[in-house]
Structures are given as C-alpha cells and as structure tokens.
Write a protein that binds this ligand. Sequence first.
Ligand SMILES: *Cc1c(COP(=O)(O)O)cnc(C)c1O
Length: 468
Amino acid sequence: MSNTTSSTIHEIAELVNDTLIQMRKRIEAHGAFPSVSQAKVSTLLQSDYTFELPIPLQTVVTDVQEMMDSGIVHPTHPRYCGLFEPNVSQAAIIGDLFTALYNPQLSVQSHAPAAHAIEQHTLKWLISQLGLEPEKYAAHFTSGGMEANLTAVLAALNHRFPHWRDTGAIGCAEQPVFYASMNAHHSFEKAAAIAGIGHKSLHKITTNEKFEIDIDALREQIKIDRAQGQVPFMIIATFGATGSGSIDPIKSLLTLCEEQSLWLHVDAAWGGTAAFAPEIKPFMIGIEKVDSITWDAHKWLPIPMGAGMFFCAHAEALEAAFNVLTPYIPISKETYSNPLSTTVQWSRRFIGLKVFMCLAALGSTGIKDLVSHQISIGRYLRQKLVALGWQVINATPLPIVCFTKNGLNISSLLTQLEQKKIGWISRLFLSDGREVLRGCITNYKTEKKDIDQIIEFLGEYENELLSM
Ligand SMILES: *Cc1c(COP(=O)(O)O)cnc(C)c1O
C-alpha cells in the first residue's frame, strides 16, 4: 500500500513538474481566452465526475489540467493586458504549495510562531518600502483588497464612534458618511453594505480631467453633509484606480482630513507596488501620515491570489472592531494581538508565505527591475498608440492605457482579438457613458514584441473596417 502511494506521489510530482515547465508554452499556443463554455465542462463533469467511485489521482490531474488549459482567461499569457491579475513566479507557486502542505492555522500566534514571524517580517519590509516606519503600524494579510477595504471602513467607524462595537449603526443618531472619487473601487459600496451603513453613506466625488478626485468638490460636499446633520468619518484616496490608473493627490487629501478630523485611507491595491519605481515614489508623499492602507501583493507582484495586505496606524481601532473572547483561548496579553482579535478572518491561511518566498527569490533589485520593466512596457504601448493616431484618454504614470478612436466598435474589435488568439485587453465604461479600450501591463513577461503584435492587430482591424 505505502509503495503504491509513494510511487503515485512520485508520478504525480512528475506530472505537476511537467505542467510547471510546459504549461506556459501550451497557454501561449492556446490563446488567452477560454475556448470551452461552462456548460460544456459541466456536461463533462456530470458524466465523468459523479464522486461515487474514486478516480486515480493521475487521471484527475490530467483532466484538471485540460479543463484549465482550455477553460479560463489566462493571466499568465504574455499578451494578457487586462485586469489586475499578474503572471506568477515559481517561488510564489512553491510558497502556496508549502502553505497547503503544512496547513498551519494562523488565527492565534502561539499555534504557528514561525509562520507569524515570516508574515510580520515580510509585511514590515513591504511597509518600509512605502516609506513608513513599520513599528507604528498594525499589519496583516487579507484575502484581497475587498477585505482590506472593509477592514478600513470598520476600523474607521470604530475610531469615530466609540459605541460602534456594541450598537453598530443603530446607535448613531446621525448618518455616518464617507467619501471616495467616482473612480474608486466598488468594494467600498460592498463594505458600506456589510458595515450596515448602506450604499448611500458613500458619497462619490467628481474627478478632474486626469480622473483624480476633485478636492474642491469634496470639501463642498463635506460642508453640505455636515450642515444636513450627517457625520463624515473617512476619505478614500485611490492610488492607481482600477479603470484609469489615476492617482488621487494624497498630500491635499491629508490636509483636508487633518482639518476635518477624518480618517484617510489609501486604496493602493494595485498601485502600491509602484513603491518600487523611483519615478512614481514622489506621488506617494504624505502616505506616511495616513490612517490606513490597502495594498494587494497579488495585483502587480508576481504572486497568486489571494494576498491582500492591510496596514493601520490605529491598532486599538482594529481591536475594537474585531476582538471577541472565546472559551477555548486563554486570556493573556497575546489574546488581543492575535489575528483572531484584530482581523475579519477566523481560521487563517498562511497567505504570507508565497509573498515571502517571491520577494526572497527576487531580491529588491529583482523586484525593482520587474516593476520598471512593466512601467516601460506601458509607456511603450502609450507611445505607439499616440503615434498611430489613437486617442489616449488617461494620463497616469502607471502602466494602464485607456484608448479609443472615433466610431470604433469595441465589441467587434474584442471578438476579433479573441478569434485571432492575439491576446486579452479589457474595456472600460467612463462616467460620461463613453466606452474605451484598456490595456494594462500586468504580466512581467510581456515584452515589446507582444505590444507590437497587439498594435499590428489594431492596425489590421482598422484597415479592414476602412475597406468595408
Ligand atoms: C482590485 C481592487 C480592489 C479589490 O481587491 P481584491 O483583491 O480584488 O479583493 C480594491 N481596490 C482597488 C483599487 C482594486 O484595484
């Protein structure tokens, strides 16, 4: 029995190894779009996977590999220039594998001291890269930016309303309100709903021509809200908006928050990684004084989902928001600093290991090279498009390019992009109703030749239209 098992594991390891080595080539040949429908895969599963009799693991591995090859959008494809899903490094993959292999429980520190040391060491280094003093911040990994942003809203509510923990929104005589630009991520609507203050508590502020929050409009809105008896408690600054890559002015928002006694949260889910780009660092000035920060390691660094991060200058607000006592954990000083008492999650996966291993294997020079490579490829895409007469409508230094041309049929263009297996780019609906194309350099393997191929496709598409 043990022999069969070990030989099986050996064979499986070889299969997985093979997948690691061969997969990138297969994906490039297959194209970035899925080629099967969910219905087709479901039918196959209904016949082959009834879970009645065990299936040899090797067969399962091969089947899963086939389903994945043909049945997902591939962020690891070199011409996947889409949403914030990165290509992943081997070190990070091995990190995730080891997390599954050892399966440590990180809800309390005493259960996994080594894992906690690795996570805190990693978080402290990353926060120091933002220019912050690590000792001043409580830091933890989250499932992603959604959880981190929710944590920010709950911490800010507990900070502003000392009764929040016991009575929640019902204990407020007036409506708590918070602010973000029209360009901010929609996780804040969800956070508002989960926090019990409702979507209407989030006041969306107009933006300027660079898609940055309009400070005067924000100041005016706060004045109106206060006059109506509402209670502002927080402002969100987006550093690298999901659609346009815009960067809200942290310094001006900081001044406003200090003046108005408001919590300033920076949502740098994707853009945080620009801390490794010297030319972008100046946009971060002021971040060392904000109350909390969201930064996803899984958006730009080559790390698989989910690896969000939350940094907070008010440890006591986190404890107020999340601490509960349980009969099976003895009360000590540690009880209150356990992730169980300071975060949304209960059972806690060792999220930080893949981040730690990825950073260790790349080193700071490797990370800087990777980030500046992607920024330069983004710049290359922007320059090519401008040179060819496309309207580039955003102006961020980050590697996102939003572009269009008069009379362009975006749906038909994207269908051709799929059919010709060129790559994957996204579309974006602007607040004025316009629709544009959006290319983002999320893959550290994307090269100039990949951009050339996309540009060539765009040219051919236009020519075909003209000749019709
Ligand atoms: C992606 C994103 C989020 C949400 O993060 P998840 O990791 O997807 O949960 C929040 N804010 C911004 C700016 C994002 O780009």
